[in-house]
Design a protein around this ligand. Structure first.
Ligand code: B12
Ligand code: SF4
Length: 522
């Protein structure tokens, strides 16, 4: 038997880290990284396992020093902290293993600090390693020869996490994405053939996450709709489960823009109570999209703007990822990005600089063109030297875009354009399933239960935000919303947009003022 500790290092402040918003929500972290409870479920019962999420509690290094194996996960933005943790573990003589998105693409990054590294998925390699370790013949690098069979993935051990500290829960229905975006490491690691769990597995996970008390759940798929036919079958199972249980959960996820071409799929998502979808839009310019091989975003069956509006009209709020610094981008791109996002009515627009992630086709191309900055702390926060502007222009343009997007007037112009329309509805309120029409009292009670949390959030906004001007703005915006819309679920969601404004606005302002290290969103 082994005593195992698995660690998720704390994040640097980032767009989705929500660091400035979390205290207002009374939470310590956005959501649990899915790898930790999953690895715990993959660990044979004879071993003891402890999960530590540094975003929720400090790492007890004395505890780690007593363990037989200490595992560390992490993505790009965690790599500096991962190095610090591994250095301390090494100092204490721990046996360390490292896996996750960052070491998968940059295998040599931690050098001797890691005794064993895991590349990519680990459903087969993790249990195999534990057997090898027991037999005293483990390797120093593990990589699966075949992609994981998702129909055999176990239910994650949420019981080992301190779930009450997370704003949202996390579940995964599928892995992989059929597209071929040049900059994407997801398809390098998880492949282009979407692999789904069965409906029965998904239902078992819904039951497990419900038991933790979480209400809002992020489906952490690379692209939920990579296989539309298969996901529709899963969604029908989710709808039936939601209706059997009185809709205990609502969801948000990531999907490609071709979602807009499938009204049936959007309808099923809304009926299952998906309320938002993150879409990689990247650029309003077709030249940039073609260059990035993001062909699914190039005009077909409507413009990008029309497609975004179609998804919103189906009851799903759209969040988006945007990229600056494509080879075709000139200095006019900054204004075009802001204008597009304003017209698209997308409050949460994550804008970043094109960055070449190791192992991607983009990385190979940029290296071949001798435009790669190999520095681990690139001076201009991307490792690509831009083609049609100077690095300074790109960096300054990025900061300007961030600040314009999260400036009070612009942010609320798009949020109000979306939320203040009298016909704007979201999730099952848009789908209007027969289920709720036959249960008016139960529906009223479901809404009433949200009034207290909404008041609580408003009070925290009013008491914890220092700036009187921002507090005044938030009061004014909420009043305008309540003049038009009163439904508690929508009001709570609107308040979440106030809270997120505070996070994004603060992040953009502190970066521009040089009070905080510049970060890119790759
Ligand atoms: C869902 C998701 C999110 C969610 C949830 C993030 C979270 N905190 O968990 C949200 C939207 C919040 C998010 C945010 C961000 N994300 Co994100 N995200 C994803 C996505 C789509 C899925 C991740 C996931 O949960 N997968 C499911 C789990 C089960 O898979 P896994 O973590 O890979 O674990 C498996 C293996 O890797 C392995 N493994 C993992 N760790 C370990 C450890 C050990 C010891 C072992 C043995 C094995 C092992 O075993 C697991 C089972 O096979 C990935 C893309 C992808 N597919 O990786 C991007 C991805 C991880 N995100 C990325 C980034 C950059 C970010 C942000 C920084 C973006 C931003 N600027 O805001 C932020 C970080 C903010 C934060 N504080 O969370 C990048 C990381 C790039 C890299 N190669 O490091 C990715 C790869 C996407 C991309 N290319 O842009 N993200
Ligand atoms: S659509 Fe998203 S996940 Fe799919 S290849 Fe493109 S960037 Fe990667």
């Amino acid at each position: 038997m082994a005593d195992i500790v698995l660690i998720n290092p704390r994040f640097e402040i980032s767009f989705w880290g929500m660091e400035h918003a979390l205290p207002l929500m009374g939470k310590r972290a956005n959501l649990p990284v899915a790898a930790l409870p999953l690895l715990a479920a993959l660990t044979p019962e004879r071993h003891a396992i402890t999960l530590i999420d540094e975003n929720v509690e400090p790492i007890d290094f004395d505890r780690c020093a007593r363990a037989d194996i200490v595992g560390v996960t992490g993505m790009s933005v965690q790599r500096y902290r991962m190095t610090e943790i591994l250095t301390e573990l090494r100092r204490r003589g721990c046996f360390t293993v490292v896996g996750g998105p960052w070491v998968t693409v940059q295998e040599d990054y931690f050098g001797d600090l890691a005794d064993v590294i895991f590349i990519g998925e680990a459903e087969e390699t993790w249990p195999r390693f534990l057997d090898d370790w027991r037999d005293g013949c483990h390797n120093t690098r593990y990589e699966q020869s075949e992609k994981t069979d998702m129909t055999r993935v176990p239910v994650p051990r949420f019981d080992l996490l301190k779930m009450k500290h997370y704003a949202f829960g996390s579940l995964q229905f599928s892995r992989g994405c059929p597209f071929q975006c040049e900059f994407c490491d997801i398809i390098v690691t998880f492949g282009r053939r979407p692999r789904l769990k069965t409906s029965a597995q998904v239902i078992a996970e819904l039951e497990a996450i419900r038991r933790t008390g979480q209400r809002d759940v992020f489906i952490v798929d690379d692209n939920l709709i990579g296989n539309k036919k298969a996901i529709k079958a899963v969604l029908r199972g989710v709808i039936a489960w939601q209706q059997r249980n009185g809709y205990p959960l609502s969801f948000f996820t990531e999907a490609s823009i071709d979602l807009a071409d499938d009204p049936e799929l959007m309808g099923l998502m809304a009926e299952a109570d998906f309320i938002a979808v993150f879409v990689g839009i990247e650029s309003p310019d077709e030249d940039s999209l073609r260059e990035a091989k993001k062909f699914q975003n190039v005009r077909q069956g409507g413009t990008l703007l029309e497609k975004v509006h179609r998804i919103q009209d189906a009851g799903l709020e759209v969040w988006c990822g945007m990229i600056l610094g494509f080879d075709s981008d000139d200095i006019g791109i900054f204004d075009r990005q802001v204008e597009f996002i304003q017209r698209a009515r997308i409050p949460f627009a994550m804008t970043g600089l094109l960055h070449a992630i190791p192992k991607t086709p983009l990385y190979e191309r940029i290296r071949a063109e001798d435009r790669l900055d190999p520095n681990d702390h690139p001076e201009f926060i991307t490792n690509i030297r831009p083609l049609r502007m100077t690095p300074e222009e790109l960096r300054d343009g990025y900061l300007r875009v961030l600040n314009e997007l999260f400036d009070v007037e612009n942010y609320f112009a798009r949020t109000e354009a979306l939320f203040l329309r009298p016909d704007f509805e979201i999730g099952y309120d848009k789908a209007r399933p027969e289920y709720w029409r036959r249960r008016p009292l139960r529906y009223a009670w479901t809404q009433a239960k949200l009034i207290l949390p909404a008041i609580g959030l408003f009070l925290r906004l009013m008491t914890r935000i220092e700036s009187p001007e921002l507090r005044r703005q938030y009061r004014r915006r909420l009043r305008r919303f309540l003049e038009v819309r009163r439904r508690p679920a929508l009001a709570l969601l609107y308040l979440f947009h106030l809270v997120m404004h505070y996070h994004l606005h603060t992040m953009a302002r502190t970066m521009a003022a040089g009070e905080k290290r510049l970060v890119n969103s790759f």
